[in-house]
Design a protein around this ligand. Structure first.
Ligand code: SF4
Length: 476
């Protein structure tokens, strides 16, 4: 993979200049936030549900070995098989081996972020299988040969015109030669293509939103029903899931489900919630003959033991990115790995290393909006700050930045000099900016002004000076 730290800046500049991407991002930007706000307002117990969710996740993480064992026993009792994958390579190998052993040729897949994380599609294609994504967004980006740019809406960066072009180029081989432009027509056409794939598939692979330990059940949520068809039509069903997805009971899963839909898309519940437990039993009219679960660690247990443990509460709702101004400006591909936005800026450096991804925790305004909306109260800004601190301690940042931080540290630990310095600086900058009140260039800050961005000048007084003046006024 290209080193992320270099690529992030380049990709961000590219994203800001890509007019089509900006149209797509602007269209999506407020929709999610408004829908979430309405759904939250309509549920008086939303905050107490969040508290319960945090308690459920924390309790499970503290006893993760116990609940994983209970889950694995329950899966085996129901006739399924559990495979443990400690790394991405393990996960890819296991999935390929199951598909080979079943004599499969065609594989359908439901949306799975952990599948993206470990690179399941690439491994299967390399092994000679035909893999078809069945979630509409994933199907679109598979045709475009691109990674997802959002964890809930993988093709959010695509405009209707781009999707129309993609379908026209790729569906002609099925005899579908008319170029379509209306969304319902395009959805119908995709449905037509996918129907044959479902019927031909030998293996169906899904992710899991939750794994219920007491019953060995896997839960997935979709809005298109593609998950149900992927689980139940092929003769083999493979569930790929991170080990942090396990929860003790169905009751716990339902608490988290009530938060997931509202936080992700503003829905009380997603249109389909599918529970699968083991293979088809005698008397069942449909269902797979084989049921496999691949439980993937890939760095999660090392997170359990450090300051980033809270990140394992994440239920992949996407609310943090839907409310992030940085994500809203540059979209998901600029982040360079599977997980974008605030949660990705924490997870990516942990997965690929700070040396590669140190720019991500720094590309944050620390406005705190992500933590406010996170249904499981992950303190994302604090975790990003911890990563910045770690980067500084490891001397990984650029030298000018390290020097600047060292100077800042010296000033802030000498409050008198700091106050005097900021007072003089605020006055000087206000004078220099003149009546325009903005700067168009400044030494050592070239990249800020690139692309026509300006910088408002200070108003001539520091915050502390204004505060003290107001307090004196109140006293008088
Ligand atoms: S960090 Fe929180 S808001 Fe972001 S995806 Fe995870 S659960 Fe959702």
């Amino acid at each position: 993979m290209e080193p992320l730290s270099h690529a992030f800046k380049e990709r961000s500049v590219w994203a800001l200049q890509d007019e089509t991407l900006q149209v797509a991002l602007n269209r999506a930007k407020d929709g999610f936030a408004v829908k979430r706000a309405k759904a939250v307002d309509a549920l008086p117990e939303f905050e107490s549900l969040r508290d319960r969710a945090v308690a459920i996740k924390d309790h499970t993480l503290e006893n993760l070995d116990h609940y994983l064992e209970r889950y694995a026993e329950a899966v085996e009792r129901s006739g399924g098989k559990v495979h443990w994958a400690s790394s991405a390579e393990d996960a890819r190998r296991i999935v390929v081996e199951i598909c080979r052993a079943s004599g499969a040729r065609m594989i359908t897949k439901g949306k799975s972020m952990v599948g993206e994380e470990v690179g399941v599609n690439g491994a299967l294609e390399e092994a000679g299988f035909e893999v078809v994504e069945t979630d509409l967004g994933e199907y679109i980006i598979q045709l475009a040969q691109e990674p997802p740019s959002h964890i809930i809406v993988p093709a959010v960066h695509k405009t209707r015109g781009q999707i129309s072009d993609l379908f026209h180029q790729n569906h002609q081989k099925y005899g579908l030669t008319r170029k379509l432009s209306e969304v319902p027509e395009m959805v119908n056409e995709a449905r037509q293509v996918l129907r044959d794939k479902y019927l031909a598939a030998d293996v169906g692979i899904t992710g899991a939103n939750f794994l219920i330990a007491e019953s060995g059940t896997s839960v997935i949520v979709t809005n298109e029903g593609n998950g149900d068809l992927t689980c139940s039509l092929p003769k083999v069903h493979i569930v790929t899931a991170g080990i942090e997805k396990v929860v003790p009971t169905a009751d716990d899963a339902s608490t988290l489900l009530r938060l997931l839909g509202r936080s992700a898309t503003g829905q009380d519940m997603t249109t389909y919630t599918t529970f699968t437990t083991g293979p088809k039993r005698s008397g069942d009219t449909d269902g797979p003959e084989e049921y496999h679960v691949v439980l993937i660690d890939n760095g999660r247990t090392s997170m359990l033991g450090d300051q980033f443990r809270e990140m394992l509460r994440c239920i992949r709702c996407g609310a943090c990115m839907n409310h992030c101004p940085v994500y809203g400006a540059i979209g998901g591909h600029a982040y360079g790995w599977v997980y974008p936005g605030p949660m990705g800026s924490v997870l990516t450096p942990l997965a690929v290393g700070l040396k590669e991804a140190g720019n991500l925790p720094n590309a944050c305004t620390l406005n705190g909006h992500c933590a406010e909306v996170c249904p499981v109260r992950i303190p994302l800004p604090d975790l990003l700050r911890t990563l910045r601190h770690r980067e500084y301690q490891l001397r990984l940042g650029l030298k000018p930045m390290r020097w600047g931080l060292a100077a800042w540290l010296w000033f802030t630990t000498h409050p008198r000099i700091y106050r005097m310095g900021t007072r003089v600086q605020a006055r000087m900058l206000a004078l220099l900016a003149g009546r325009k009140g903005r700067f168009r260039r400044m030494p050592l800050a070239g990249s800020w002004f690139r692309g026509g961005r300006d910088l408002p000048a200070p108003q001539g007084e520091t915050f502390m000076a204004v505060w003290q003046r107001r307090q004196r006024g109140k006293g008088g």
